[in-house]
Write a protein that binds this ligand. Structure first.
Ligand SMILES: C[S@@+](CC[C@H](N)C(=O)[O-])C[C@H]1O[C@@H](n2cnc3c(N)ncnc32)[C@H](O)[C@@H]1O
Length: 260
């Protein structure tokens, strides 16, 4: 079951119970007032190598520091970007590291991103190049050509994240800050149930279309009884009426995802 909600996750969470067995896997706004429309890499623009980009909406929640406390009571919790709010988290021996440079030179952005998790084990490292237009994997410019969100995460990173914390087929992930829906696509590919919230109607529409597309990809294992359940939003920009659209995904195919 996939449920996508266009609205405020904190309001939506009033209907959820930490004992419900939901696993939180998310990449919240970090609160450092990032400007998604700052000047892009002019060298690449001059060479005509720029990824198709758009005039991004300011990210909701960026103006204040993230408060992780509503999510901590859940049994499995993974929070990307947690180095920005580590002082609000219990100590953990296990952090997940995404090396975004994978051997190429640093620029003025971070070389890596860090996720805090409440599952025991060793620190783990994932490498995938993600620097401006240089993006390895399925999001490579040759395959995709379009950036979907200023903070878009690679689907392969989210698949790796789910596997690292032992989230498997049949379990349910809740991503309260789903952005362009990378966690949802990863869940679709692993037959993991998914609940996603996104407050921005623009980013919600991107996530919705992307997850629907992922459900239709026969190359990935998808249960034939998977249902996508879309709900209307509670934000003023998004009318309050709810819509329910049933969706039956194609028959399962056990071909593994293409290598990243
Ligand atoms: C860091 S981005 C997530 C990007 C995502 N990992 C991806 O791959 O596209 C955080 C998202 O949370 C959304 N957001 C901020 N506050 C929210 C809230 N209270 N409820 C739901 N979504 C929210 C923002 O609009 C933004 O799209």
């Amino acid at each position: 079951m996939f449920t996508l909600h266009n609205g405020d996750c904190l309001k939506f969470m009033e209907t959820l119970q930490p004992e419900s067995g939901l696993c939180i896997v998310t990449d919240p706004p970090y609160g450092f007032n990032y400007d998604p429309n700052r000047k892009r890499n002019s060298v690449n623009v001059q060479k005509g190598l720029k990824l198709q980009d758009r005039n991004w909406q300011q990210i909701a929640g960026e103006a204040k520091e993230f408060d992780p406390s509503p999510f901590l009571p859940y049994e499995i919790v993974v929070l990307w970007g947690a180095n920005h709010y580590a002082h609000k988290l219990p100590s953990s021996k296990r952090w997940l590291i995404w090396d975004k440079r994978d051997g190429v030179a640093s620029d003025n952005q971070s070389d890596a991103e860090l996720a805090w998790c409440n599952v025991g084990g060793s620190v783990r490292l994932y490498r995938q190049l993600w620097r401006g237009i240089a993006r390895a994997g399925e999001e490579n410019i040759a395959n995709m050509g379009e950036k979907l969100h200023p903070h878009q995460k690679p689907v392969a990173l989210m698949i790796w994240t789910l596997q690292q914390v032992g989230i498997t087929e049949g379990m349910t992930v809740f991503d309260p800050y789903m952005g362009s829906g990378s966690t949802g696509v990863a869940c679709m590919r692993l037959n993991i149930n998914f609940i996603g919230c996104e407050i921005s109607p623009e980013y919600f529409a991107i996530a919705e279309s992307r997850i629907k597309q992922a459900a239709l990809q026969p190359a990935f294992s998808t249960p034939s009884n998977n249902r996508l359940h879309w709900t209307g939003g509670d934000s003023p920009a998004s009318p309050s009426q709810s819509t329910l659209e049933g969706f039956t995904a194609p028959e399962a195919d056990t071909t593994p995802p293409a290598s990243q």
